[in-house]
Design a protein. Structure first.
Ligand code: XMP
Length: 561
C-alpha cells in the first residue's frame, strides 16, 4: 500500500503548516461529485449575499494558514492579515470576529507584537490562540510569565464550563496539542478559566463577553476537537451564516474579473498544469475572447501532453490559444548543457523571449493573468518573520515576464491548492486536468540527467508513459504527490535473449507529500513495481535496467536535478 502520511518529521515545530494535516478527503468527495459537470455557479447565484469574514491576525506561527483553512472548511471566508493591519483594510471584509494567531515571540519581550486597539474596541468576538491568548492577557491587564518548562505535545483538556458555546458538541475531556513556553500567571479582570489541562489551569479562558483564549492549537490535526471549537467560534459566537463556497467564489471572482478588466485584453501563459488551467478557464468564463492564452511547447513535455492540453482548451472550451512549438529553440540552446541550474536558467530565459515575442504580436495587452496562490501571497506579506515557511523558489514558467508593463490579474490569490482544484472541477475542467500531479516548469530537462538530447527525451517519454499508465491503472495516481521516471546518465550491461545489451538505467520516483517541502518515497506494491520494470525494459528501446528511488526529502529532493 502507498503510505499516505509518512512524511511529517517527528518534531512538529519544524513542520510547515499546510492545508493538509487536514483531511482533504471531504474536498475530494465534493469535487468528485461535481467533477466533469458543467458549472453550476452563476453571478446571480450569489448576488446580494452579505459578505462575512473571520480575520486571523498573523503573529507568525507556522500553523497560521491552517487556521484560515479550517475556518474556510466551515464555509466562512477567512483571511490572514499581518497583525498590525490598519482597520481600513479590514473593514471591507465585514469581519464578524478576530482570531489572534500563535507566534514565536514572548509578550513580555521588548517590541513584542500586540493586537491593534480596534480588535477590542470593535466589540467583535476574539479568539486568541497560544501567543494570541497571551496577547489578550497582556493587553487586557493580566500577567504572562515564562514557563519553567516548555509544554509541547498532547495534553488532555477537561472542560469546566460545558455550557460555553465554544464547547458545543465536544465531550467533557478531549485531547489537545500544546506548544508553548510562556504561560498565563494571572488572568485579566473579568476572565475565568473554562477548561484546563494537568499543566495548564488556564488552558481556555473567557470573559463572558465573547473574548476567549486557548493555550493549545485547535487548528492542527493533533487536536481532534479543534475543528469543532473553531466552527463553534465562527457560528455560535461570531454568528456567521456560512456563505463561502466554491460556487460563490467562482461567481464573485468572475464578477470581479469583469469589473477589473473592463474592455481590456488579458494574456496568460498556459502550461496545462492545474493553476494555469484554472486561471485561464475562470477568466475565459468571465470575459471570453478578451483572453488570449499562449501555450509554449518547449520540447520538454511528456508524451501527448501538448495535444491533450490543446484539445481541452481549444476544442472543448473554445479559447483563443496561441500555440508555439518552440522545441527546436529550447533543445538547440540546451545542447551540451549538463548542469541542472544552467538548464533551468536557459529554459527560463528562452521562455520569456518567446512569451514576449508572441505577446507583442497580439497588439495592445493590458493584463497578465497569473496563477498565484494564497500561500505565495502570505509568504510575501507575512508581518512576522517565519523562517520555516520559506518555500524553495524555482523558475516557474508563469511568473517570469517582470519587465512587461502589464497589470497583474491573479484571481486565485486567496485560494489554497486544493481549493483551486475544486474551482477547476466547478468550472467543468476534466478530472485529468483538475487532479494533475505537479510537473516542473523545466519539464523533462531536469529528469534527463546530463545532456538533454532528442533521443534521450524520447526514451524517457516512453518509459514515463508506461509508469503513468500503470500507476493510474493501480488507482494510485491521486494518492501520490508525484510519480515519474528519470533517465540517468548511467549505462549498464544486460542480456536479452542471447544478446548482450548496453542500455540506460531508468529510475522510478514516486513520493507522497503534503506540500513538496518534505516528501517520503511511496511504498508501492512490489508487483506493481515489477510490472512497471518489466514493461519498461521490454517495451522501451534503450533502457535495460530499472531502479526504484527509496530516498525521502530531506535529504534528497523530489526531482533528481
Ligand atoms: P524538489 O525537487 O525541490 O521539488 O524537491 C519540489 C517541487 O518543485 C517542483 N520543481 C520545480 N517546479 N520549476 C518548477 O516549476 C523547477 O525548476 C522545479 N524544480 C522542482 C518539483 O517537481 C516538486 O513538485
Amino acid at each position: 500500500m502507498v503510505n499516505e502520511k509518512q512524511n511529517p518529521p517527528p518534531d512538529d515545530r519544524h513542520r510547515i503548516a499546510t492545508t493538509d494535516d487536514i483531511e482533504v478527503s471531504t474536498y475530494l468527495e465534493i469535487a468528485r461529485e461535481i467533477g466533469g459537470e458543467q458549472p453550476a455557479a452563476t453571478v446571480e447565484g450569489v448576488s446580494g449575499a452579505e459578505r462575512e469574514a473571520i480575520v486571523v491576525l498573523d503573529f507568525g506561527s507556522q500553523y497560521n494558514l491552517l487556521i484560515a483553512r479550517r475556518v474556510r472548511e466551515s464555509q466562512v471566508y477567512c483571511e490572514l492579515m499581518p497583525h498590525d493591519t490598519p482597520w481600513e483594510k479590514i473593514a471591507p471584509l465585514n469581519p464578524k470576529g478576530f482570531i489572534l494567531s500563535g507566534g514565536p515571540a514572548s509578550v513580555y519581550a521588548k517590541d513584542a507584537p500586540l493586537a491593534p486597539a480596534y480588535v477590542y474596541e470593535s466589540g467583535l468576538p476574539v479568539l486568541g490562540i497560544c501567543y494570541g491568548m497571551q496577547v489578550i492577557t497582556k493587553q487586557l491587564g493580566g500577567q504572562v510569565a515564562p514557563g519553567t518548562k516548555r509544554e509541547y505535545g498532547h495534553a488532555v483538556l477537561h472542560i469546566n464550563d460545558p455550557d460555553s458555546p465554544l464547547f458545543s458538541e465536544l465531550p467533557e475531556s478531549t485531547t489537545v496539542w500544546m506548544s508553548h513556553g510562556d504561560k498565563i500567571e494571572e488572568m485579566p479582570p473579568g476572565f475565568a478559566p473554562i477548561a484546563a489541562t494537568e499543566n495548564s489551569p488556564y488552558a481556555v479562558i473567557g470573559n463572558g463577553k465573547n473574548i476567549f483564549g486557548l493555550q493549545f492549537h485547535p487548528e492542527v490535526a493533533h487536536t481532534p476537537g479543534g475543528r469543532t471549537i473553531l466552527k463553534n467560534f465562527v457560528y455560535k459566537i461570531c454568528g456567521c451564516r456560512g456563505n463561502w463556497t466554491i460556487g460563490s467564489f467562482v461567481a464573485e471572482s468572475m464578477a470581479r474579473i469583469r469589473e477589473q478588466v473592463g474592455k481590456g485584453k488579458v494574456i496568460n501563459a498556459l502550461s496545462g498544469g492545474v493553476d494555469s488551467s484554472v486561471v485561464a478557464t475562470l477568466i475565459h468564463r468571465a470575459i471570453g475572447d478578451q483572453l488570449t492564452c499562449i501555450f509554449v511547447n518547449n520540447g520538454l513535455l511528456r508524451r501527448e501532453e501538448a495535444e491533450r492540453t490543446l484539445a481541452v482548451f481549444k476544442q472543448n472550451l473554445g479559447m483563443n490559444i496561441i500555440y508555439v512549438d518552440a522545441s527546436d529553440r529550447f533543445l538547440n540552446r540546451l545542447k551540451g548543457v549538463t548542469d541542472p541550474e544552467a538548464k533551468r536558467k536557459i529554459i527560463g530565459e528562452e521562455f520569456i523571449h518567446i512569451f514576449e515575442e508572441e505577446a507583442s504580436r497580439i497588439g495592445r495587452v493590458d493584463f497578465l493573468a497569473q496563477g498565484t496562490l494564497y500561500p505565495d501571497v502570505i509568504e510575501s506579506v507575512s508581518s512576522v518573520s517565519t523562517a520555516s515557511a520559506k518555500i524553495k523558489s524555482h523558475h516557474n514558467v508563469g511568473g517570469l515576464p517582470a519587465r512587461m508593463t502589464l497589470s497583474l490579474l491573479e484571481p486565485l490569490r486567496y485560494l489554497f491548492k486544493d481549493e483551486v482544484r475544486l474551482v477547476g472541477a466547478e468550472l467543468g475542467l476534466p478530472e485529468e486536468m483538475v487532479w494533475r500531479q505537479p510537473f516542473p516548469g523545466p519539464g523533462l530537462a531536469i529528469r534527463c540527467i546530463g545532456e538533454v538530447t532528442r533521443e534521450k527525451l524520447e526514451i524517457l517519454r516512453a518509459a514515463d508513459f508506461i509508469l503513468m499508465n500503470e500507476i493510474k491503472k493501480a488507482n494510485l495516481y491521486r494518492q501520490l504527490w508525484q510519480s515519474f521516471c528519470v533517465l540517468t546518465d548511467v549505462r549498464s550491461v544486460g542480456v536479452m535473449g542471447d544478446f548482450r545489451t548496453y542500455g540506460y538505467l531508468a529510475a522510478i520516483r514516486a513520493v507522497t507529500s503534503d506540500d513538496a517541502m518534505t516528501a517520503d518515497w511511496a511504498r508501492l506494491p512490489y508487483d506493481l513495481l515489477a510490472r512497471i520494470s518489466n514493461r519498461i525494459v521490454n517495451e522501451v528501446d534503450g533502457i535495460n535496467r530499472v531502479v526504484y528511488d527509496i530516498t525521502s526529502k530531506p535529504p534528497s529532493t523530489i526531482e533528481w536535478e
